[in-house]
Design a protein around this ligand. Structure first.
Ligand SMILES: Nc1ncnc2c1ncn2[C@@H]1O[C@H](COP(=O)(O)OP(=O)(O)O)[C@@H](O)[C@H]1O
Ligand SMILES: [Mg+2]
Length: 351
């Protein structure tokens, strides 16, 4: 694996004070958005700093990353959060789902095909205009699903920062950060999460690994799986290969607080004030925790257990301007109580 320092910049260059402040701000913002994935955050921050100083290899993309590991742990989110930090909007990414490139002729969809050729009817995924912005962010999702012909094009991008297709389209990627995510080791990670990795003689009790040992095992299993799946030419051209950590309860709590900020801000916009206590949060974490799917079930729990019943309550009972809904929980369920707002209490404030 090549690290950033192989770009002829060894080690990280001395930063000016301004660049240092910018790096610290970016690090803080990304750490707030993507919880518990320090290694990946740091790798992106370093790449942005180096790109910002303008000392990258001019023949290559600004940074190339392969993100692996358990699902729902922030791999795609980190790409979106980088877009928010650099371009002011999470949606400012070029997201390419590699499941759409499973056949050799699918690559025509990437840059478009000339009239009369297969794929001509599809508008191209990548055009020179889409790559024109400084620090364009491209996320390749589920990279392992793509066909060989797609990898051949990607190799050109990693090696020379350009892609030239059979149809004669030339694209310049030297202005881009490439984030590739892969589920190539999903099955192995899932087995470790279930605590059933390896051969267990019949009747032997299967015991789960402690959390941290499982993380170490996931890391080595992912690296092995990736080494077996992707070619060495490909892996050697990627700047950083990073396995994401599984999310612990403290991470899920921080993610829940982040989700709640959004939910409550949206509710406050339509005049619904909410106060959510600690029991309610713990209840949502209990219901939305699943080590196999990371933070995904948490979002679902929030929607089904909090947002839907809340909407129903407001639709049925209505809510006055000076009222707020207090949300708490017992072992079994969340409960909602309409209360008068205290003097000075702000709608949407954190409980
Ligand atoms: N570490 C994390 N920090 C903040 N949010 C997260 C984290 N992991 C997952 N999420 C949230 O969970 C959902 C799925 O995350 P995503 O990044 O798409 O998963 P994946 O790792 O499978 O790409 C998103 O809504 C995302 O915001
Ligand atoms: Mg993803």
């Amino acid at each position: 694996m090549r690290s950033l320092s192989h770009k002829g910049v060894a080690p990280v260059p001395l930063l000016t004070e301004g660049a240092m402040i910018k790096a610290n701000e970016l690090r803080e913002q990304l750490r707030k958005e993507v919880i518990g994935q320090e290694k990946a955050v740091e790798a992106l921050v370093q790449a942005v700093v180096i790109a910002d100083l303008g000392i990258c290899d001019p023949q290559r993309p600004l940074g190339t990353f392969l993100f692996l590991g358990p699902t729902g742990t922030g791999k795609s989110q980190l790409g979106r959060s980088l877009a928010k930090a650099l371009h002011g909007d999470e949606k400012e990414v070029l997201a390419i789902n590699c499941t759409e490139f499973q056949n050799p002729h699918d690559v025509a969809k990437l840059v478009g095909a000339p009239p009369g050729y297969v794929g001509h009817e599809h508008p191209p995924f990548i055009t020179p205009e889409k790559l024109a912005k400084r620090f364009t962010i491209i996320i390749f999702e589920e990279l392992e699903k793509a066909d060989r012909t797609f990898f051949d094009l990607l190799l050109q991008v990693l090696e020379r920062g350009e892609m030239t297709t059979g149809a004669g389209v030339h694209l310049d990627f030297t202005n881009c950060f490439l984030i590739m995510t892969s589920n190539v080791c999903a099955k192995e990670v899932d087995d470790i999460n279930k605590g059933v990795v390896g051969f267990h003689p019949p009747g032997q009790k299967i015991c789960s690994l402690p959390f941290d040992s499982a993380d170490v095992k996931i890391q080595s299993t992912c690296m092995n799986a990736v080494g077996n799946f992707f070619s060495p030419e490909f892996l050697n051209r990627v700047d950083e290969i990073i396995t994401f950590n599984r999310l612990k309860e403290e991470h899920l709590m921080a993610i829940l607080n982040k989700f709640l900020l959004d939910t409550r801000a949206r509710l406050a916009m339509v005049g619904i004030g909410t106060v959510i206590d600690e029991q309610a949060k713990r209840f949502l974490i209990r219901r939305g925790s699943n080590v196999r799917y990371g933070a995904r079930p948490l979002r679902r729990a929030l929607r089904q257990l909090l947002e839907f019943p809340l909407a129903k309550l407001v639709a049925e009972q209505g809510l006055d301007r000076n009222q707020a809904i207090h949300i708490t929980a017992d072992e079994e369920r969340l409960s909602f109580r309409v209360e008068k707002l205290c003097k000075g209490q702000v709608i949407g404030s954190v409980a």
